[in-house]
Design a binder for this molecule. Structure first.
Ligand SMILES: [Zn+2]
Length: 280
């Protein structure tokens, strides 16, 4: 990966995530598993991909070749994120700009009479993002990703503030009180979208979930992700729209004393530093 251009690095990140999204689409049978089980399977895959031993929910992924392939794709994706963050940390703003340029290129192919909506999430895990994209593809019976786009955005600090700085460095330096609403407004203008929604529920909840059982966290996040999914599906079905879903950072489920909590800041192979963008 030595000395790759911004364009190549962006392609690499997008490819790794698209491969992963495809693997989940083909291997997670949303009819076979019920929805919460499908969500848990994606979550378990990621947590086993973070370090090679850890199991969050006690699921054995090794007994099924399809699950092993998903695990392998997830590891490759996380390896790429880690490597880019370590070697190209200084280029993160340029990578984010290039990803937005690609998003605009995808939207340029959308007819003008199709309304565009932007949803900015304060906190959204890459797991939640993959679940939403996969379920939407199943719902809309889209075998290919044609018209869909999904990309990771690295936010090295894993917090909202660094994301604001990455997106609007000039405004941020002069005006520290920049809000997520200001960012949303600007993105909405850039993408020629009709309206935006700032979805703050993830960040609000993840500051409340401290010292609880892992199932409480998983069930809460699944419920919230389903709520967001329904919002997107409604926008798509009711208004035949294109929805751009963006997050500022992810979060990590961590344990110390047998109880679990959610945090979002930098750590090695952290999911907090993975923000994402999807066009669906
Ligand atoms: Zn945030």
């Amino acid at each position: 990966m030595f000395s790759m251009s911004i364009i190549k690095l962006t392609s690499l990140l997008v490819d790794k995530l698209q491969n992963l999204v495809d693997a989940f689409y083909h291997y997670v049978d949303l009819n076979h598993y019920n929805r919460v089980e499908a969500y848990k399977l994606i979550l378990e895959t990621f947590y086993q991909a973070i370090d090679y031993k850890q199991s969050l929910l006690g699921k054995d992924l090794r007994k099924d070749i399809r699950l092993l392939r998903m695990l392998d794709s997830a590891r490759k994706f996380l390896d790429t994120i880690t490597e880019v963050e370590e070697k190209y940390g200084a280029s993160v703003p340029a990578l984010v700009r290039e990803t937005f340029r690609r998003a605009r290129a995808v939207l340029a192919n959308v007819p003008e009479d199709i309304p565009r909506y932007v949803i900015i999430c304060d906190g959204l895990s890459i797991i939640d993002m993959i679940y939403i994209v996969t379920r939407l593809r199943k719902e809309l019976e889209k075998n290919s990703m044609k018209g869909f786009f999904v990309a990771p955005l690295i936010n090295p600090g894993g917090v909202t503030e660094t994301y604001k700085f990455i997106l609007e460095p000039h405004i941020y330096l002069y005006n520290g009180s920049l809000t997520l609403d200001d960012i949303a407004k600007n993105i909405t203008k850039q993408l020629l979208a009709k309206e935006y929604i700032v979805f703050r529920e993830y960040d609000r909840l993840l500051h409340q979930l401290k010292s609880v059982h892992v199932n409480t966290i998983v069930d809460t996040m699944f419920k919230l992700t389903s709520e967001l999914y329904n919002k997107i599906l409604h926008l798509k079905k009711e208004f035949h729209s294109v929805v751009v879903l963006i997050s500022d950072h992810g979060y990590d489920i961590v344990t110390g004393d047998g109880m679990y909590k959610i945090e979002h800041f930098w750590r090695p192979r952290s999911l907090s530093i993975i923000a994402s963008l999807a066009i669906v």
